[in-house]
Design a protein around this ligand. Structure first.
Ligand code: F6P
Length: 346
């Protein structure tokens, strides 16, 4: 069988490790691998390339994706779904491995449900917000990068008696903020799941300074809504709430507004670091390389067994498979117990 493989949505460390594992097990099973360029756009526009051992060699530690990616949504344009199906059959493909987050896998689930499309999914995202799997690969790397940044900010915060606000990604969940905030010893952690008011957060900073600590670290999720004691709530997003083909607004900028609020309300000198795409770049951690590899091996087996409409997933320590719909059923939020731990320790 000729098996297509694509990576869609925002890139993240570990994508190449999945590609490598899918290819290796599929070759061992007697199949061929065809790379689809730039996510679903590659099937819409017919951008395919044969993948052999030389293309796969040396990619395990490489960040990004050798296939390129995009946020193309074939359900967003008239005729694109038909183009996807035509490219797929013209190339003689018998199956597709789609590696992506809620958008890419949402398209895969819909194509499978509506057209019987032979696809299996692999869950990726630094945000860790997909249901059906305990963790996605890419998340551990993002948390490690954010934690290292917080460690570094501690020393300069302490030297200058400053408040340092660190804005991290994660879209509408606070996984990266909570994990890096706990690991880095942040003093305030603000997330969409636990929208503490600005007034309460500032009161905590003042208390800490009154107790003799004259510097603080505040970690804020890009998706935290500025929340005030008055009940007002405000999401900070890109210009005119600009959205992509899947309808997501571009988040970012809450750190700057928050820093201004903190400085005005407490009088403490405050600086901001927006980690941005640094969290998605570079080599995957060992943990993510292993998880990505296990997911890739599982996806190759699902294809070989003809078990389409399924997604590789981590449950406890086991790599299992779940229905593709499961991944996109609902946003996986940070559980209350983890939020409580963050509150207690920060
Ligand atoms: O979903 C991954 C993610 O990095 C989010 O955390 C972030 O909001 C978004 O992608 C950024 O998207 P883009 O790369 O299109 O700016």
């Amino acid at each position: 069988m000729r098996i297509g493989i694509l990576t869609g949505g925002g890139d993240c460390p570990g994508l190449n490790a999945v590609i490598r594992a899918v290819a290796r097990r599929s070759w061992a099973n007697g199949h061929e691998i065809v790379g689809v360029r730039e996510g679903w756009r590659g099937l819409v526009e017919g951008k395919l390339e044969e993948l052999g051992p030389s293309q796969i060699s040396g990619i395990l530690p490489r960040g990004g994706t050798i296939l390129g990616t995009s946020r193309t949504n074939p359900f967003g344009q008239d005729g694109d779904v038909e183009r996807v199906l035509t490219t797929f059959s013209d190339a003689g493909l018998g199956a597709l491995v789609a590696i992506g987050g809620e958008d890419t896998l949402g398209v895969a689930a819909r194509l499978h449900a509506q057209n019987g499309f032979p696809v299996v999914g692999v869950p990726k995202t630094i945000d860790n917000d997909l249901s059906g799997t305990d963790y996605t690969f890419g998340f551990d790397t993002a948390v490690s990068i954010a934690t290292e940044a917080i460690d570094r900010l501690h020393t300069t915060a302490e030297s200058h008696n400053r408040v340092m606000v660190v804005e991290v990604m994660g879209r509408h969940t606070g996984w990266i903020a909570v994990m890096s905030g706990i690991a880095g010893g942040a003093d305030v952690i603000l997330t969409p799941e636990d929208p503490e008011t600005i007034e309460d957060a500032c009161a905590r900073l003042v208390r800490r300074h009154d107790e003799g600590k004259d510097f603080s670290i505040v970690v804020v999720s890009e998706g935290y809504e500025l929340t005030y004691a008055s009940g007002e709530r405000r999401l900070v997003a890109g210009e005119a709430l600009e959205s992509d083909q899947f309808g997501h607004v571009r988040l970012g900028g809450v750190g700057h507004v928050l820093a201004k609020e903190i400085e005005e309300r407490t009088g403490y000198e405050t600086r901001v670091t927006v980690l941005g795409h640094v969290q998605r770049g570079g080599t995957p951690t060992a943990h993510d390389r292993v998880l990505a590899t296990r997911f890739g091996l599982k996806a190759a087996s699902l294809v070989h067994e003809g078990r389409f409409g399924r997604m590789a997933a981590l449950q406890g320590d086991a790599v299992v498979d779940v229905a593709l719909e499961e991944a996109t059923r609902e946003l996986k939020r940070v559980p209350a117990s983890m939020i409580a731990a963050a509150r207690e320790i920060a």
